[in-house]
Ligand binder design. Structure first.
Ligand SMILES: [Zn+2]
Length: 488
């Protein structure tokens, strides 16, 4: 399409009648073919019909673009947007008009006659009619919106979730933890249809772990009534370093496993594709696909447990790193020559912001912690320390504030380094009120991260919560590199 020659449908209500006349003359003077869909005088009318008329003309393909005007531009843009295929936007300055073309391929521009003067309106119109759609990654989003409209009209919204290729299939997710192994039958939208768990036979050898997984999967299938042939694949999240291509668990200290191929015996038993990754990466993948990381390409998922875990999806793919050790966020150095960490180094984030560290701080500073909490010493958890802080305990608050500040330092470094769009936070502590955790973290990141990153990055609570590794593991077969491997 030649931008200069595109055909433009225009329309307005009474309030913007003379404003529209000026826009029409301006466009005609520049050689555009313009047709007016009304109104044709200043007699009071509803804007709706004119928004619909211009929208329909564009949706039918008779006109490449539409320009609609009313007092604020808002009502008539909403009307035009109700026509399937229309992407209308109200603009009050040229920059957003330009971006709306570049990124959103808008096909109707709405102007407020009482908002912008005619000279500014002409500048907005110029920018909007001349800017082409950039395509690329933006094309996927425009297509996604179009697909949603199509399926919504057909009464079938489920069909488009999640991202392509995973439709209509069931899979099994296994979250192999140090204490429990969780199993879930998961559909393509990430919904857990049925779940169960078994005790982890940690320290009893490789075979015991495999036997527990086989037993748990068989039980899940029996209880659900699902046939094995209806299951697309089985995914496992492991708390350790995994070689994803071969399925070898290189090192998982909590499970006492090293150099153990977990895929082979499970594939042999069920004869379905088996995918494996680190549990934190499975969680990030789940959040990216069907959780709080939807709609962007780069997501970090932070788990605040006894330690501090992190998985990343960068540009739509799980990031393993060249050595399969990516995302060791808990061992980011936040103090040179700082506290000793479980990993054997010093000054790691986990030694300041991990659950164990916070609890240790609380016990050492607050001598009468059990009395204040009215709990036995051994039953106290890090969540209790946050609970105490919520209720105004000054010392507890100092401890949680310090941990949150270190976490903020870690997150600033993380988002600066990787240009993260969404940081999703899960784990016991993430249930603390926003005043204690999310708000101070957001403020810290806003004030400390690289300016362009700080303006855009979004920090939020995980929407999948503790099911994130299970769901993400189940949906591993949707990930490009796994899918390619499975097809090979
Ligand atoms: Zn460490």
């Amino acid at each position: 399409m030649t931008q200069e020659k595109c055909k433009i449908a225009v329309g307005s209500d009474h309030a913007a009648f003379s404003f529209k006349e000026e826009i029409k003359n301006y466009l005609s003077g520049k050689g555009y073919e313009v047709r007016d869909f009304g109104t044709c005088n200043t007699e009071r009318v509803d804007y709706c019909d004119f928004g619909f008329a211009v929208g329909e003309a564009v949706a039918r393909g008779e006109f490449e673009r539409g320009i609609v005007c009313c007092g604020s531009g808002i009502g008539i843009s909403i009307s035009a947007n109700k026509v399937p295929g229309i992407r209308a936007v109200v603009c009050s300055e040229p920059y957003s008009a330009r971006l709306s073309r570049l990124h959103n391929d808008t096909n109707v521009l709405a102007l407020g006659a009482r908002v912008v003067g005619i000279e500014l309106a002409k500048m907005i119109v110029d920018e909007w009619v001349q800017t082409p759609f950039e395509g690329g990654r933006h094309a996927q989003r425009v297509e996604k919106i179009r697909q949603y409209e199509l399926h919504k009209a057909a009464g079938d919204v489920q069909q488009i979730r999640p991202r392509a290729t995973c439709e209509g299939k069931l899979s099994i997710g296994v979250d192999l933890g140090g204490t429990n192994i969780k199993f879930g039958l998961v559909d393509a939208s990430g919904k857990v249809l049925l779940s169960s768990k078994e005790k982890t036979p940690a320290g009893q050898g490789d075979a015991a772990i495999v036997d527990s997984i086989l037993f748990g999967v068989r039980r899940l299938l029996n209880e659900s009534g699902a046939a094995l042939r209806s299951v697309e694949s089985l995914g496992i999240g492991v708390p350790g370093t995994v070689e994803p291509k071969t399925g070898v668990i290189l090192f998982a200290p909590n499970l006492h496993l090293a150099n153990f191929n977990i895929i082979a015996p499970i594939h042999k038993a069920f004869d379905i594709p088996v995918c494996v990754t680190q549990d934190t990466r499975a969680a990030a993948w789940g959040e990216y696909l069907v959780g709080s990381g939807q709609g962007v390409s780069t997501v970090a998922s932070i788990t605040l447990g006894t330690g501090v875990g992190c998985g990343m999806v960068l540009n739509g793919s799980i990031f393993h790193g060249g050595l399969n050790t990516a995302g060791e966020f808990g061992h980011m150095i936040v103090e040179s020559d700082g506290r000793p960490c479980n990993c054997g180094r010093c000054g790691c984030l986990e030694a300041y912001a991990g659950g164990s560290a916070i609890l240790r701080d609380a016990r050492s500073v607050i001598k009468d912690l059990p009395q204040r909490l009215k709990k036995d010493e051994e039953c106290i958890s890090v969540e209790d320390v946050f609970e105490l802080a919520v209720h105004g305990d000054v010392e507890a608050r100092q401890i949680t504030d310090q941990a949150v500040r270190y976490l903020g330092i870690g997150i600033v470094n993380l988002v600066n380094l990787n240009s993260i769009e969404i940081v999703s936070i899960s784990g016991g502590i993430s249930n603390a009120p926003d005043t204690l955790l999310l708000n101070p973290l957001r403020e810290f990141v806003r004030n400390r991260a690289y300016k362009l990153t700080s303006e855009k990055v979004h920090l939020c609570k995980s929407s999948l919560g503790e099911d994130a590794p299970l769901i993400g593991a189940a949906l591993l077969y949707c990930e490009e590199s796994y899918r390619t491997a499975l097809l090979a």
